[in-house]
Ligand binder design. Structure first.
Ligand code: MN
Length: 291
């Protein structure tokens, strides 16, 4: 295709699958929607899980996620509404607020709690799990945390706006989070009604978008435009550029991409390693208080 942005001919990413989330309960009884990490989409390498939560009913979220461990990957929490307090066994504590990101590299192990910092009102956001390569699964735990005001807002012609959490856009805006192991792109994009949106994405990265508001049109592999609604996830084919269009109302979506690791994945609850033996070791290390 020919993009007005670059004048070059770039290969297009199409939608290969449309995924609906499934209702799930996690933590101490939090009602959420599991989009990646469910039977129809167990993972999209390097993405292991995507949970979406949106509720103004305290009974859906108030129990939160009391103390639990992680090892071997990263948890990325992005809030749209509400507040979440996190606290870990290394003395790290803070509150994530709307528009804020917490990018936690669990590495060899962290024990933490993630609890709503509110007793009522709307809690809305996402948690994405991103895998780490075998050579870095046992690194020290680390955080990259940024409130909304430290996340750059890129504005384009036609009223398009996006928050750039990590990666570099085709217009050169760079997000604050850095992760060279998977080279992620994480954008929160708003496109006015009927406007087109183009973005270049590293050709071999796996990529998806998730519709937060409105509807988003994209071509499928048969050159037909298909429309995704709120809470639909689109898995994209490989290619250099994604071309989307907002429907009759303004659209908002997350656009996420990352470098596939192509390594064996062994899961055990909150641990994601390469082999079953490493999972058993993680449970044993946790039981012995080695986290
Ligand atoms: Mn957690």
């Amino acid at each position: 295709m020919n993009t007005p942005e670059s004048g070059k001919t770039l290969s297009s990413r199409r939608v290969s699958r449309i995924i609906k989330g499934m209702p799930a309960t996690d933590g101490a009884g939090v009602e959420l929607t599991r989009v990646i990490g469910q039977p129809v989409l167990p993972m999209l390498d390097p993405f292991l899980l995507l949970d979406a939560f949106r509720s103004d009913k305290p009974e859906d979220y108030i129990a939160g996620f009391p103390l639990h461990p992680h090892r071997g990957f990263e948890t990325v929490t992005y809030l749209l509404s509400g507040r979440m307090r996190h606290k870990d066994n290394a003395g790290h504590e803070g509150v994530i607020e709307p528009g804020g990101i917490q990018w936690m590299t669990a590495g060899k192990g962290i024990v933490h709690s993630e609890m709503p910092e509110q007793e009522n009102g709307m809690l809305e956001g996402f948690q994405l799990w991103i895998n780490l390569p075998a050579s870095h699964k046992m690194d020290m735990a680390a955080y990259q945390e940024y409130p909304a005001e430290q996340i750059p807002l890129e504005s384009r012609e036609g009223g398009i706006e996006m928050r750039v959490i990590t990666g570099v856009t085709s217009h050169g805006t760079k997000g604050p989070v850095v992760q060279p192991l998977t080279e992620p792109l994480y954008l929160d994009v708003r496109v006015p009604a009927s406007q087109e949106f183009f973005e270049e994405i590293t050709e071999s990265h796996n990529a998806f978008f998730y519709v937060i508001h409105g509807s988003v049109g994209i071509e499928n592999e048969d050159d037909n435009t298909v429309w995704l609604a709120r809470d639909d996830l689109a898995v994209l084919t490989h290619g250099e550029v994604v071309k989307l269009r907002a429907g009759q109302e303004a659209a908002r979506f997350l656009l996420v991409a990352g470098k596939p690791l192509r390594e064996p994945v062994a899961r055990g609850g909150p641990f994601v390693m390469n082999t079953k033996e490493e999972i058993l070791q993680a449970f044993e290390d946790y039981r012995q208080g080695k986290f």
